[in-house]
Design a protein around this ligand. Structure first.
Ligand SMILES: NC(=O)c1ccc[n+]([C@@H]2O[C@H](COP(=O)([O-])OP(=O)(O)OC[C@H]3O[C@@H](n4cnc5c(N)ncnc54)[C@H](O)[C@@H]3O)[C@@H](O)[C@H]2O)c1
Length: 416
């Protein structure tokens, strides 16, 4: 990585591990940075991509524009021209690759949920902290301008004392019974099902807006026990396969949790109900929340990402919800659109995530999600999984260094 002081240009060599959905998306995000945020003078260069599926590695070189393509991720991590690594591999590989990147001293942007369980997440976080490398995690829904605005409303006390929240991720990607048995359904490759893949986003979003969850009671269920097998590196997890050989679904399709927020959160004493399903029929990418306070409330859903429903105050002729469309007062909206209600999209959230990563890397503001945040999410998931077995409430242990989007300099042990 080269840069000079003052009006520095930050030339950053990018390595990519895995060229699936997320690998392509990280790439588009790096490519967009130069024009969306010209004032930051970030110049990511696509250096080296790896995927065990050689056609995908070849796509990275020939279509996406990486200089080199390999089958082995170690070639990317060891490449001296690579300054940062994007880790977009299946979840079961996060631990091995995250630790390898950290031990090579490479800052990394890793997809959620950072490993299969709390042990995987802890190993990655400890390796990154030992190496002192900047990290960012793929919790992209944090960056939706409407979500950033909600976070500010809560922080300013505009909703009063937070009393209760409801949040869901209802995703239809496996609603078809003949939907493919991709790596997401195999415990060794994915860890948990909806609990790890989807509820992790819900937990991160709630903790980003409100602060740490301290206690959990949960249950999980599996709706479809078998599915047609999809070979690794082919198709997507949305694929439907007729007459394919069936394999066993090894993790949950649905998860629900009742949670309590920690005494030092912005929702101290509040409770929440969180739910996730990957087999739901109706909602398709329904990541949404309702946050209720003594002075007002908000509700948002990713399926209408640019709309926020707000109620501020309890009286007057316009009491009740008003729909506000995203505008330049919300988060990074103005970087993408010159006027209100010109919708942003999913890819734009990854551009903002890439920006937060590289700004933190180049010595600027540290508003990036970190592996410590992911570790705290993993601890909430572990408590939920334990509760689904025992039928009792489980405490979430503290995770030193988790920031929930706050200033890392003031982050200590997040409350258990
Ligand atoms: N942030 C989000 O909104 C979001 C959305 C989707 C997926 N994800 C996360 O991103 C990660 C990847 O998901 P995806 O949907 O892009 O998966 P995908 O199935 O589209 O792609 C995975 C890729 O990994 C490759 N691969 C398998 N083994 C490998 C190895 N040993 N070395 C290198 N490459 C290997 C496969 O060939 C494939 O190209 C997961 O952890 C998932 O949880 C996050």
């Amino acid at each position: 990585m080269t840069s000079t002081n003052g009006d520095a240009i930050h030339d950053i060599g990018v390595g990519l591990i895995s060229v699936g959905w997320m690998g392509k998306l990280h790439t588009r995000a790096y490519q967009a940075l130069t024009t969306v945020y010209p004032e930051l003078r970030l110049r990511p260069r696509l250096v080296h991509a790896a995927d065990t599926a050689m056609d995908r590695a070849g796509y990275a070189r020939d279509v996406l524009g990486y200089n080199k393509a390999s089958a082995d991720y170690r070639d990317v991590v060891a490449d001296p021209d690579v300054d940062v690594v994007s880790i977009c591999a299946p979840t079961g590989l996060h631990r091995e690759i995250g630790v390898a990147a950290a031990e090579s001293g490479k800052p990394f942007w890793i997809e959620k949920p950072v490993g299969r369980d709390a042990k995987d997440a802890a190993d990655v976080a400890e390796a990154a902290n030992r190496a002192g490398v900047v990290t960012t995690v793929g919790y992209n829904y944090r960056h939706a301008p409407a979500v950033e605005h909600v976070r500010a409303l809560v922080a300013n006390g505009d909703l009063g004392r937070i009393t209760n929240v409801r949040a869901t991720f209802f995703n239809s990607y496996a609603s078809e019974p003949k939907g493919a048995l991709s790596w997401r359904f195999i415990r060794d490759l994915a860890g948990f099902g909806a609990l790890g893949d989807l509820l992790s986003h819900v937990i991160d979003l709630m903790q980003y807006i409100l602060g740490p969850i301290s206690e959990v009671s949960a249950l999980t269920s599996t709706v479809y026990m078998e599915r047609p097998i999809l070979p690794m590196g082919s198709g997507t997890h949305f694929a439907v396969i007729e007459n394919g050989e069936l394999g066993t679904v090894e993790n949950d399709d649905y998860a629900a949790a009742l949670v309590r927020f920690a005494a030092d959160s912005k929702a101290a004493g509040a409770v929440g109900t969180l739910e996730a399903s990957r087999v739901i029929v109706g909602p398709q990418c329904g990541l949404g929340f309702e946050i209720y306070g003594t002075e007002g409330s908000v509700t948002w859903n990713f399926e209408q990402m640019n709309e926020l429903r707000v109620c501020l105050g309890r009286r007057g002729p316009h009491v009740g919800y008003t729909t506000v469309l995203s505008n330049s007062h919300f988060g990074d909206y103005a970087h993408f659109q010159p006027g209100p209600a010109n919708s942003m999209g999913y890819d734009d959230l990854k551009v903002i995530e890439a920006k937060k990563f590289l700004v933190a890397l180049t010595g600027g503001e540290r508003r990036n999600s970190t592996v410590d945040d992911a570790r705290h999410v993993a601890e909430v998931i572990a408590a939920a999984a334990a509760s689904s077995q025992s039928g009792t409430w489980h405490q979430v242990p503290p995770v030193p260094g988790a920031t929930f989007g706050g200033n890392p300099a003031t982050a200590t042990a997040a409350s258990g």
